[in-house]
Design a protein around this ligand. Structure first.
Ligand code: NAD
Length: 254
């Protein structure tokens, strides 16, 4: 029997990773590079310690975002890991204000979209059959009383993934998303602190509770998401597009 399985080999590919200094982004950089890709990466921090050519950009600043888009045009990526995002929360009646909406939509939707568009244009212009991987969330599949804006941004990511996949399919560019559940990254320091404030919990309590509530019984690691990203980036997933994969230990049943 001949196995019709493409090897998970990214050599010769160029990958672009946003939010690369964060838990999941940094792991994706490591995985893509270890599998042979040439990796370019960005985040807000000036310094980055990983196997990538790195430049700092602030996605809420239009001049900086524009410079990032120009860089994507120079890089000509085959793979986009569209991962940068902000988390915040507050009840609609109290702290869920328009400034928070602007910040979260500014990074998680506006910059996310601009980066996906720049990578798509580059892929089409040089005729690359690329793979775009957008970071959604289990939060994008249902609302949460205290997390309205973040949930809405991630629902938008899922919707843009579907629209972009359909628009780009004729160009052989695949667009998929990953919806993590609860993953132990620096973002969880913020999330845990906010839940402590809004739900009167002890520091660390929310994190322990969400981990224990996962059907598999624990929080995921950044590498759990990076391995799904590798699958979506590689030819192993050649017949998949417009999908959002849950990597959440069983949290969301689809
Ligand atoms: N950790 C989780 O439990 C979880 C769950 C679901 C979805 N996600 C998603 O996974 C992705 C990665 O999250 P993570 O947990 O690694 O978070 P993280 O906070 O560790 O990493 C996110 C990165 O995005 C960068 N970023 C934020 N705002 C930026 C801006 N204005 N300009 C440039 N960069 C900016 C941050 O500096 C940070 O390094 C995000 O899209 C997040 O929404 C995470």
């Amino acid at each position: 029997m001949t196995l019709d399985a493409a090897p998970t080999d990214l050599s010769g590919r160029v990958a672009f990773v946003t939010g690369a200094a964060g838990g999941i982004g940094a792991s994706a950089v490591e995985h893509f590079a270890a599998l042979g890709a040439k990796v370019y990466a960005t985040d807000v921090a000036e310094k980055f310690d990983g196997p990538a050519t790195y430049r700092a950009f602030e996605m809420l600043d239009d001049a900086s975002l524009s410079a990032c888009l120009d860089w994507i045009g120079e890089i000509e990526p085959d793979i986009l890991f569209n991962n940068a995002a902000l988390f915040d929360m507050g009840s609609i009646l109290e702290a869920g204000d328009l400034a928070q909406l602007d910040r979260l939509f500014g990074v998680n939707v506006r910059a996310f979209y601009a980066i996906m568009q720049a990578a798509s244009k580059s892929m089409v212009s040089v005729g690359k059959a690329g793979s775009i991987i957008n970071m959604a969330s289990q939060a994008g599949h249902r609302g949460e009383a205290l997390v309205a804006h973040y949930c809405a941004t991630k629902a938008a990511v899922i919707s843009y993934t579907q629209s972009a996949a359909l628009a780009l399919a004729p160009h052989k560019i695949r667009v998929n998303a990953i919806s993590p559940g609860v993953i132990d990254t620096p973002m969880w320091k913020t999330v845990d602190g906010l839940f402590a404030k809004f739900e009167g919990k002890e520091p660390g309590q929310k994190k322990r509770e969400v981990g224990a509530a996962v059907p598999l019984g624990y929080m995921g690691a950044p590498s759990d998401i990076a391995r799904a990203a590798v699958f979506l980036a590689s030819d192993q997933s050649a017949y998949m597009t417009a999908q959002t994969i849950g990597v959440d230990g069983g949290n969301v049943l689809r």
